[in-house]
Design a protein around this ligand. Structure first.
Ligand code: FHN
Length: 482
């Protein structure tokens, strides 16, 4: 199609009409002109780097799964329902009308947005992604498209996302919304494995146009700056349906979206779930999302929290492979983040306060062998995934035209006082511990170059029980033998 000034004008008018009046013709009109649907199809690599810069610097974010499922909290008719808590309606095959009554008990009077943002901030997290609507279809915001929302269907009658957006803005925290664009068990979207209640009979296209599109427009219009749109499970999505949604992203210039929209769109980020890929992703931004226990949405009896050591190792491991860690919390129906999660986040934050420099704004290891060979481990869904096998150390780096800084995050402190960086050939300009710097006692460490790499003389005892960071400053280009 030849783009004339006239056709450009038409296209602009169609876009404006689709975005601001809810008219549904834009996607169809623009279906042949992919660049006008996919928001960044014509972006140059430099523009993309600029758009992704804050996200790559951040490295650590908070995922929040919060919805009506926090009311049953894993139990239905006195029976503990197995599986992840936010799937209870699906897993227990709860009829729609019955499930919807849980909303009447959803009264999160303990919810304090500023408190949540502080918990994330003190943990060293730089962004929050919260479920604005999960598969249960309940809008955690004031919605004109469906009355099944927190303002109209609960005694709380208030929009917590407004508070969260305000608190994030106040604290300089980036905010993103998760939105289940395909699965919606109460508003006519798809259901994994098909419906279990005749009331769920639906027309997917009606749902996309009358629920998903207007609601995404709402969440991208009414909450100030939104930095991430996190789609999920693309069951029954196709290109046409995705094309009805994608133009809405232009409501938030620069917004980052993930790879789960469907319809063939790759999005900006890969999203490995509940596991850390052995070698990260080459040429793709990526983010591992993970639960702290065995559920995303609150389950009153799931106390199987990962240790602070595991959480920190995961964060460091992910950063050393060039990815982000989106770590989940599942608040209860009163609006509190469980103590077990808050405690661990505090401990992670204490480490980040001293060692955050080794995480923020870093890029992947120049080595690679330190992650050990990949072994297959089961992820949270029982699928085998390649995962790194060795936990001795991980490296992150910062490179400038003048030189490089290597951060050696050491988990297993050497017993003989010597730590060897295999394959490193550069002369070391300076070596020191981040911990002593943080304590105001900059202490130079001795380094020796040898055939095996660089040997660093380190103190007898590990400065940190979980991970001690040695910084190596190098002038000029990195010289590493793989
Ligand atoms: O089905 C969801 C699940 O409930 C949870 O939201 C996770 C988070 O990534 N995503 C889906 C499973 O992949």
């Amino acid at each position: 199609m030849k783009i004339t000034a006239k056709s450009k004008l038409c296209l602009c008018l169609a876009l404006a009409s689709a975005l601001f009046t809810g008219h549904q013709t834009f996607a169809a009109d623009a279906a042949g002109t992919n660049d006008s649907v996919a928001p960044y199809a014509n972006e140059t690599p430099a523009q993309r780097d600029e758009r992704m810069a804050w996200w790559r610097d951040a490295r650590f974010g908070m995922f929040i799964h919060w919805g009506v499922y926090s009311v049953p909290a894993g139990t239905y008719h006195d029976k503990k329902i197995s599986g992840i808590g936010e799937w209870i309606m699906h897993n227990a095959k709860i009829p729609m009308a019955e499930y919807q009554t849980y909303a009447k008990e959803f009264n999160p009077t303990n919810f304090n947005a500023e408190e949540w943002v502080k918990i994330a901030k003190n943990a060293g997290m730089k962004y929050i992604v919260i479920t604005s609507k999960h598969h249960e279809g309940f809008a955690m915001f004031d919605s004109k498209a469906s009355d099944w929302n927190i303002v109209k269907a609960t005694p709380y009658a208030h929009d917590p996302l407004k508070d969260l957006a305000a608190a994030c803005q106040k604290e300089g925290m980036r905010l993103g919304f998760y939105y289940s664009q395909a699965q919606d068990w109460n508003n006519g979207g798809s259901e994994a494995g098909g419906p279990w209640d005749p009331a769920q009979k639906h027309d997917m296209d009606d749902y996309i146009h009358n629920i998903a599109v207007p609601q995404i427009r709402e969440i991208l219009s009414n909450y100030g700056k939104i930095s991430v749109l996190w789609f999920d499970t693309s069951i029954n999505m196709n290109k046409e349906r995705a094309d009805a949604i994608l133009p809405l992203l232009k409501l938030q210039p620069g917004i980052i979206y993930n790879n789960r929209l469907g319809g063939g769109y790759k999005g900006d980020t890969e999203t490995p779930e509940q596991h850390i890929p052995a070698n990260g992703f080459k040429d793709r931004d990526w983010e591992t999302c993970m639960t702290m226990n065995d559920t995303w949405g609150y389950k009153s009896y799931d106390k199987n929290f990962k240790s602070t050591e595991t959480l920190l190792r995961n964060l460091i491991d992910i950063a050393s492979k060039g990815g982000n860690y989106l770590l989940n919390v599942g608040p209860d129906s009163t609006g509190l983040i469980p103590d077990g999660e808050v405690e661990r986040l505090k401990e992670v934050g204490a480490w980040m306060k001293v060692n955050g420099e080794a995480i923020y704004g870093t890029t992947a290891t120049p080595f690679g062998a330190e992650t050990g060979s990949a072994v297959k481990q089961k992820d949270g869904y029982g699928h085998e995934q390649p995962t790194s096998s060795s936990w001795v150390w991980r490296c992150t780096k910062k490179v400038t035209p003048e030189g490089a800084t290597l951060y050696l995050n050491i988990f297993e402190w050497p017993k003989d006082g010597k730590f060897v960086v295999p394959g490193l050939k550069n002369k070391i300009d300076e070596a020191y511990l981040l911990k002593s710097n943080a304590l105001g006692m900059h202490k130079h460490l001795k380094t020796v170059n040898g055939d095996n790499g660089v040997t660093i003389s380190v103190p007898e005892t590990a400065p940190d029980k979980i991970a001690s960071v040695v910084v190596l400053k190098i002038k000029g280009a990195l010289d590493v033998q793989q």
